[in-house]
Design a protein around this ligand. Sequence first.
Ligand code: NOJ
Length: 563
Amino acid sequence: MANPAASTISPARRDTPDLPWWKTTVIYQIYPRSFKDSNGDGIGDLRGIISKLNYFVYLGVETLWLSPFFTSPQADFGYDISDYKDVDPIFGTMEDFRELVKQCKLRGLRILLDFVCNHTSDRHEWFQKSLRKQGKYKDYYVWTDGKVLPDALFSYHQVSVFGGSAWEWCEERQQFYYHAFLAEQPDLNFRNPDVVEEMSLVMKYWLDLGVDGFRMDAVANLFESEDIFQDNPPSGKDVPPVSHWEYLKPVHNFYVLPECRDLLVHWQNVLDKEKQIDGKERFMVQEFYTDSDTRAAMAEYGAHAFNMDLVEELTVPLSATQMMGLIAKEYTDRPESYWPTFVVGNHDKARPATKYGPRYVDAFNMLLMTLKGTPTIYYGDELGMQDSSVAYEEAQDPFGIKIGPERYALFGRDPCRTPMQWTSETQAGFTTSRKPWLPVGKDHEQRNVQSQKKDEKSHLNLLKEYVALRSKDAFKYGDIGLDCVLNKNVLAFLRFFGSERYLVAINFGQESSTDDHRGGPVAVATGTVVANTGAVSDDLAKGRTIDLSSLTLRPGDGLVIQL
Ligand code: NOJ
C-alpha cells in the first residue's frame, strides 16, 4: 500500500538530500581587530562583533569564522597564542565570548574558531617550561643541538615562511628551536602524544562552550621530517633573496605525510565524538595552499581544505578559460567525500577588488555564491573594499616589516586588514578613537555599509541577492553542469535540481563577448534574469527575458538566468 504521507510531498522536494549544515552555509571571515571597536581603543573586539550580529542576518550568511582573539602578545596579531583557553583583554573577556555565543544562537548564526595548532607564542607557559626542560614539557617543541651553518640559507630548515632563519638559538637551553613562522611562534612537536592530547583538549574546551567547528591554521606546517637536517631542493622560482620561503621546495617539512594525515584524522574524531554526544555536526576546514588533487587526497581521509586557487593561482588580467580550468577540477574525478570550498580573499592576501580590479567585484561575489560548494567571504569584500595604502613607516604586520620597504607593497598584509567601513564618519564608524590600529580606507565616505544598504544595486545588496539564491533547490542541493560557453572572456555553468535550472554566465575578461548559450546542457533558447551584476545595461535587468542565442556581456557583467 502506498505511504499516505508520501503523497503530501511535492515531487520537486521529495528527493532533497539531507546535507550537513556546513554544505549549505556561507562562511564570513571576521578579522576581529578590524571589524568593530566597542571601547574606543582603536582595535576591534568581541563586544563590537556582538553589536553587529544583525548585519549577518541582513546579509543572510550564517557562519562566522573569527580569526584569533585568544590571549596573545600579538607578535603575529593573535596567531601567536600564549593562553588557548582565554580571551585577550584587547578583545574582551570570556564573559563577552559567552555572550557572543548566546547572541549568535539567538540569530541562528554558527561560529568557527581559528585553531592555531602548529605553533604557540614563545611566551606560552608550555614553551617557558620547555626551554627550562621542565618535566613533560621538555619535548613539547622541536629542539635540536643542530649545526646551523652560516651558509646554510640554502637548506630549508634555515628558512621560515616569514623569511630568514627558521631556527632560533635559545641561550637558556643551549639548543635551537624550530619556527615555521616568526621566532616568537615556536613550532609544537606533534610527535609527542602529550602535545596532541593537550591541543585536543583545547578543541574540546571551545566545543563545550558552543562553537561549531574550526578553521585550522597552517596545517601543512604541522610536521617536519624526522631527520630535520635534510636539505630541500631549490624550487626554481624567481624569488630573490634566497632567504625567501619560496626559494626552496619544502619537501622535508611541508605537509609531511602520513603524520599530518593521522593528526587531522585524530582531530576530526574529536569533533565526531562531540556529535555522538549531542547529535550536532561540527566542521573543520584546513588552511592549506595546495592543489585540487591534494585536496582530493585529503578528502579521502575526511579532511576539507580551503580551495585557495581563486586567491593564489589566477593570472592578471583574468582569463575565464584559466579560471574555468581551475574550477572544473573541483568537479572532475573527485572522491565522493570531496566538497568544494571556494575562497576569493582573506587576511593574508591582496583584496580581490584591488588585485583583479573594481569592475569584477560583483562578478566574483556572484561566482563565489553560485558555484557548487561552500563559499567563504572575507569581511569588506561584500562592499568591494580595496587594499588601503599603508606606508612602510606605519606598517604593523610583522611579515611586512620583516620583508623590508622594497617588497612591503608586494607581501605586506596591512592593506587588506584595514578597518571595516560601516559609515561615512571620520573613522568609518569602526571606532571612536582618533587613531585606529590601521588607517581606515580613504574611500570610506562613499564605500560603506550605511550607504550601500540604501542602494539597491550596491555590491552589498547584490551580494545579499546572490546569497539568497542559495536557498533555492538548484543552488542548495543541485549539481553543476560545466559544458557551457567558455572563452577567454566568458565562463558559464548550469545549476540544476529537479525541474529547477539556472544558467550563470559571467564575463571576467577585458572585452565584450557575444555568445550563443543554447548549447550543451542549456538546450533552450530563452531564460529570465533573476540576478545580475551592478553595471549591466537595462536590457539585462532583473525580470528581462534573454535571448540565449546571442547574449552580450561586457567585462565584469554577470547574469543568473532562470531557464
Ligand atoms: C596563517 C595565517 O592565516 C596567518 O595570518 C598567520 O600569520 C600564519 N598562519 C601563522 O599562524
